[in-house]
Design a protein around this ligand. Structure first.
Ligand SMILES: NC(=O)c1ccc[n+]([C@@H]2O[C@H](COP(=O)([O-])OP(=O)(O)OC[C@H]3O[C@@H](n4cnc5c(N)ncnc54)[C@H](O)[C@@H]3O)[C@@H](O)[C@H]2O)c1
Length: 448
């Protein structure tokens, strides 16, 4: 023990003997010693290090705050080939079953925007910087579809029309040929198709009784299989889907005017049921894809609409009367002419469809003009507009012809901020000039 003690004291003395101006030998212990807090702070303050750190943080956070805004304002020409909904919000692809719904007193569904699914699919930010969308319009070569396409192209979107030309005509969209934002595909919606799009307006279906009764089984197939295919597409690519249903879902209504909550009075085995029940089934499918698969959907119930580009001689009352009066033929009134209808000008309908697609509410929404006319009153307006000497011829009424039709549009007024602006007396002359041109052109008149 003594020896040990001795040795340590010798060592100690040796340490003391090292001159103070010489560097001490290497000792790892001295490196491990923690730097004291005041020294670290001192280090930060030296040579403006703190200032540089703060400036760095400021630049970084400014970039991350501004980046989303800049990308929204960026050139609209550049777009991903991946649907936007997939590239920006992966939740929409994975949480499809978590959507929740609220159904209000008038039977309209609205998706709950607080829930995780309620995605950004096809959502259009209000105001500047709206990104160009790619939109499919099925039945886009038809009467309503072609006006809708004009509106979408006019506001800068890309539009793909799918049409089998059963009642549609290339002439309705020929003015868009050559426009790089317009595509036309001859395709029957009964067959599936895969396209990358943000929105789907599903209009494909013959709309006039003459056409939908021509091949009733095909009409049902178009409504059921066509709607299934388009809903499947919407689900696959995360697009928003709008169905153009009809006031015919109310059948021969026992409630007047018709609200969206009314379930209708439809003959399921009648001549018109291929159309009426077809559209009712299309509505059912639309809601089932919404509830079950989380597809964003919208449902419009369209009431009688008229305007340029309607098929001549399609059996619809306005086009019938106008074409007959121009040709100096008697206007055919079925039944006693006291049944009522409401007539909406096509641009009002198109505005309503777009408001519905861009809005937050699923629907269904009645889109129609609540002004109500008997067939005889309509014939009077046509006479005033075209030919005061025009005559009327009466024929027996067709099966299941509804006695009255008038939309209650309070829901659309309130939730879509939409209502028709053009009265029958204002809209009819616009249609008449188009019909005159086409009837004068003999080929068109025959081949429409
Ligand atoms: N115009 C109205 O008054 C009215 C009223 C209620 C509902 N609607 C609905 O609005 C939509 C458009 O009606 P519209 O008046 O423009 O009719 P329309 O007959 O002029 O247009 C229908 C279009 O769909 C196309 N089409 C039909 N079957 C198809 C198929 N299997 N595959 C692909 N394309 C097909 C036709 O060729 C035509 O271009 C229809 O769904 C109709 O039921 C219209």
């Amino acid at each position: 023990m003594k020896q040990l003690h001795k040795q340590s004291s010798v060592n100690h003395r040796r340490d003391e003997e090292i001159p103070s101006n010489q560097t001490p030998p290497y000792s790892p212990k001295s490196l491990k010693q923690p730097r004291s807090l005041p020294r670290s702070i001192n280090y930060l303050f030296k040579e403006q290090r703190l200032l540089f750190i703060l400036v760095g943080i400021l630049i970084g956070s400014t970039f991350f705050i501004l980046q989303p805004t800049l990308s929204r304002l960026g050139p609209t020409e550049v777009r991903s080939s991946i649907p936007r909904s997939f590239s920006t919000d992966t939740n929409t692809t994975t949480t499809t079953a978590t959507i929740s719904h609220t159904q209000d007193a008038s039977g309209s569904y609205s998706a709950d925007s607080n829930k995780p699914f309620h995605g950004k699919v096809g959502r259009v930010p209000v105001g500047i910087g709206r990104r160009r969308m790619r939109i499919v319009v099925t039945g886009g070569a038809g009467f309503v579809g072609s006006h809708l396409v004009d509106k979408l192209i006019g506001r800068g979107d890309e539009v793909i029309v799918i049409d089998n030309f059963f009642t549609g005509r290339k002439e309705n969209v020929v003015h868009l040929f050559g426009n790089p934002r317009f595509e036309l595909i001859r395709h029957d919606v009964v067959e599936p198709i895969l396209l990358e799009v943000d929105q789907i307006y599903h209009l494909a279906c013959p709309a006039s009784p003459v056409h939908y009764k021509y091949n009733p089984v095909k009409t049902i197939k178009t409504n059921v299989m066509g709607t299934l295919n388009m809903l499947g597409l919407a689900k696959r690519v995360g697009a928003r889907f709008l169905l153009t249903s009809t006031s015919e879902v109310y059948g021969d209504p026992l409630q007047h005017p018709q609200k969206e909550t009314y379930w209708g009075n439809v003959n399921p085995i009648g001549e018109r049921s291929c159309y009426d029940e077809g559209k009712r089934t299309a509505e059912t499918l639309t809601m089932d894809y919404h509830r079950g698969a989380g597809v964003e959907v919208r449902i419009a119930r369209i009431f009688n609409t008229y305007g340029p580009r309607m098929c001549l001689d399609d059996g619809r009352v306005v086009s019938n009367f106008v074409a007959q009066a121009i040709r100096k033929q008697p206007m055919t009134v079925y039944g006693d002419g006291k049944q009522t209808r409401s007539f909406q000008y096509v641009s009002d309908l198109v505005d309503g469809l777009v408001a519905l697609m861009e809005g937050e509410h699923v629907g269904p929404f009645n889109l129609g003009n609540p002004g109500e006319f008997t067939m005889l009153e309509l014939a009077e307006v046509v006479k005033e507009t075209i030919d005061p000497s025009a005559t009327i011829e009466y024929k027996p009424n067709t099966a299941d012809d509804p006695h009255m039709r008038k939309p209650d549009i309070s829901k659309a007024k309130e939730l879509l901020n939409w209502e028709p602006k053009i009265s029958l007396r204002e809209g009819l002359p616009l249609m008449v000039s188009d019909f005159r041109n086409r009837i004068l052109n003999e080929d068109e008149g025959k081949g429409a």
